[in-house]
Design a protein around this ligand. Structure first.
Ligand SMILES: [Ca+2]
Length: 173
């Protein structure tokens, strides 16, 4: 006597999920091919493997959002070309005498000129020390970038851009 065993709940569920899965997969494939995303993802993956960015997720976000893919490239601190460009502009803004280094006076002038809240000299010295990791009393572009790479690592590009524009425009957070 042949008996048909009823489907267990798990079997039933897996059948439903299998169907659902298949339809999601179909619609995704349609979406992907219509947007040429597979090729983009393939390129991105290849670049990931070749350039080994420190922050892979940020790299993927940048790669997919920037028109110029080179802007997604990261330095050894995980700063994209795009972020480095902003930091260079801010550095030049603070480095008034164009010496290629920022000294304490330049930081003090910048903050006293543009700072919304007054910082006393002690606070300013603390900040300067955080930047000047070599301790030679100058902030070089490298130290400048390392500081911001760390400070703004988890900040979105939109917020990063806003911070940079505020600094260039002379506003301090
Ligand atoms: Ca230094």
């Amino acid at each position: 006597m042949a008996t048909t065993l009823p489907l267990s709940d798990a079997d039933a569920a897996s059948t439903v999920f299998y169907d659902m899965d298949a339809s999601i997969k179909d619609s995704n494939m349609e979406y992907l091919s219509s947007h040429n995303i597979q090729e983009k993802i393939a390129n991105m993956y290849e670049r990931l493997v070749v350039t080994k960015p420190l922050l892979p997720i940020q790299y993927m976000v940048d790669f997919l959002s920037f028109e110029d893919k080179e802007q997604a490239l990261q330095d050894e601190y995980g700063l994209s070309e795009w972020r480095q460009g902003w930091l260079n502009r801010v550095f030049e803004k603070i480095d008034v005498d164009n010496s290629g280094q920022i000294d304490f006076k330049e930081i003090a002038d910048f903050t006293s000129k543009y700072g919304s809240t007054a910082m006393n000299e002690e606070q300013l010295k603390e900040i300067f020390k955080d930047f000047d990791t070599s301790g030679d009393n100058f902030i070089n572009p490298h130290e400048f970038k390392v500081f911001f790479a760390r400070a703004l690592r988890n900040v979105s590009n939109a917020d990063f851009e806003k911070s940079m524009k505020d600094l260039i425009g002379g506003k301090l957070a």
